[in-house]
Each structure stands twice: as structure tokens, then as C-alpha cells.
Design a protein around this ligand. Sequence first.
Ligand SMILES: NC(=O)c1ccc[n+]([C@@H]2O[C@H](COP(=O)([O-])OP(=O)(O)OC[C@H]3O[C@@H](n4cnc5c(N)ncnc54)[C@H](OP(=O)(O)O)[C@@H]3O)[C@@H](O)[C@H]2O)c1
Length: 281
Amino acid sequence: MTEGHHLIIITGANRGFGESVAKTYLESSEASALSYVLVGRNQEGLQKVLDTLKQIGASTNVTVKGLVVANVDLADTHKLDANLTRIQEAAKQLRDESIQSKNIITKSILVNNAGSLGDLSKTAKEFTWQETRKYLDFNIVSFVGLCSTFLQDTLAAFPKDRYPEHKTVVISVSSLLAVQPFSNWGLYAAGKAARDRFLGVIALEEKGNNVKTLNYAPGPLDNEMQADVRATLGDKEQLEIYDGMHKAGSLVKMDDSSRKLVLLLKKDEFESGGHVDFYDL
Ligand SMILES: NC(=O)c1ccc[n+]([C@@H]2O[C@H](COP(=O)([O-])OP(=O)(O)OC[C@H]3O[C@@H](n4cnc5c(N)ncnc54)[C@H](OP(=O)(O)O)[C@@H]3O)[C@@H](O)[C@H]2O)c1
């Protein structure tokens, strides 16, 4: 049975895993109406994804609305305030429309998907503080800004006493590196671990407010980021493993992984603040 109206904000929704989550959510969640905020740098790519979602919605009887917030470079902290405001305004517009249409939002989800690898040719002793700061600006500072503004706005719009049924979910697209170190992944591992722990803290702070958080490690995906890993990773042993998986066709298909994530959210049985890996499910 499909039911509920979900607001879902996805960063890096124009391609890769973000695009896959956007589509799979529409196909496999319990929602009968979906309002998307698609965030990223590439206007054309994001609009194309939104158009496709609307087409799928029309053929599957799910009401799809959405807004694109483009030209958002999450590594640029000079523009972060302005970009967060644009994202907040888009979400507010969709919330307001849901009230006007008397199909009010029942679940609000933020998918922190956009991310970068850092320079995998280097070991920790080679990082400069400048590249470290740039890496953390994108993968931590912007992430915290997105989570905080999303929680403030959502909890203000749907206070528990007036909307006891409304649920809020914050997701970080995480990685095995958040819980296990491997050579050459210094910035990436530190960034993912920090994000995991930040969502762990939110889970405790907001557990009385119908808020859950989830760190989902999608597995080694058969996509562009994985191709970048194989082209740049400085550690030979790991390279052999990834090359072997690529040749054997055993890298994880993005839609298989995003479907597991969406079904996990639908069942709503995951432990808030926890870390769940594709291979655990
Ligand atoms: N691929 C894997 O094997 C794998 C494994 C574990 C975890 N993950 C995680 O999965 C998430 C999605 O990655 P993916 O595999 O889909 O990688 P991807 O194909 O490289 O996509 C990355 C996404 O992030 C966006 N992005 C990059 N830099 C940005 C910036 N400065 N500001 C705003 N958006 C930016 C990209 O937009 P543009 O098109 O504008 O570049 C793109 O939409 C990441 O958090 C990654 O760490 C991936």
C-alpha cells in the first residue's frame, strides 16, 4: 500500500548514487506523493533527473513535485550561507504547497550524498593543510550546515505536539572507510568517520522529536567515482582488488544498493545513528 507525502532533499542528485536514490525512492518507497529538492552544481543534469522522476511518477500513480537548486558548489564556503538559504527556500516552497493542496508532508528526508575522494595517490604525511581544509569544507562543513538548517526548519515546521505522525530522517552516504582504515584514504576516511559520528550525536539529541539518522555505506559501486579510485589509488594491493572486482563484474550496481537503502528506510527498523553497510543487508 502506498501512503504518505515525503519531502526528500538529495545532494549530488544529477548523477551517480544520488540520481539512483532519487529514482529508486520513487519506485520502492511507501510514498504516494513525493516532493524533491535536487541539489548540485549541474543545472542541466539535475533538471533532466527531475523531468525523468515526473515521467516515472505519472506512469506509477505517484504524485511527483520538485525543485532544482543548481550551481551549488558545496566546497565553496564563501557561498555556503547563500546556497543553504536557496535550499531552505525550495524546501519551504514545497512544504507550503503541500499544506495548500491538503496533502501535507508526513516524512522529511535529507540525503547527504555528494562527496569527494581527496587525493588517493597520497599518504597522510603528504597532505597539505590547504587541501585538507578544502576537503573538510566540502565533506564536513557543508554537511553540518545542511544537517543543521534542515533540522531547524523541519522541526519548526512540524512540531511534535501538532504533527505527532511526522517523521524526519537524516542520511549520510557513508563508506566502509568510516569504520575501517585503509592506506591512502586519510581524508576520505576521516571525513566519513566524522559524518557518522555527527549523525550519531543527532540521533541522541533529537530522539524525542521523531528524528532518526542513518549512515549507509553503499558498497563499492560500479560508477565514475570507482573508476576514479582505480585511476588514482596509490596502494597496489587495494588496486588489484578493485581491478579484479571491476573485471569480474562484481562491483555493486547502484540501483541494487539504493534499493536496499530505500527498503531499509521503508521498514524503519534500523537503529538511529548507526552505520549500515550494503553487505549487512
Ligand atoms: N562510488 C563508490 O564506490 C562509493 C562507495 C562508498 C561510498 N560512496 C559515496 O557515495 C556518495 C556518492 O558518490 P558517487 O559514487 O555517486 O560519486 P560520483 O559519481 O562521483 O558523484 C558525486 C556527486 O557529488 C557531486 N559533487 C562533487 N563535488 C561537488 C561539489 N563541490 N559541490 C556539490 N556537489 C558535488 C557530483 O556533482 P558533479 O556532477 O557536479 O560533479 C555528483 O553528483 C559519495 O558520498 C561517496 O563518498 C561511493
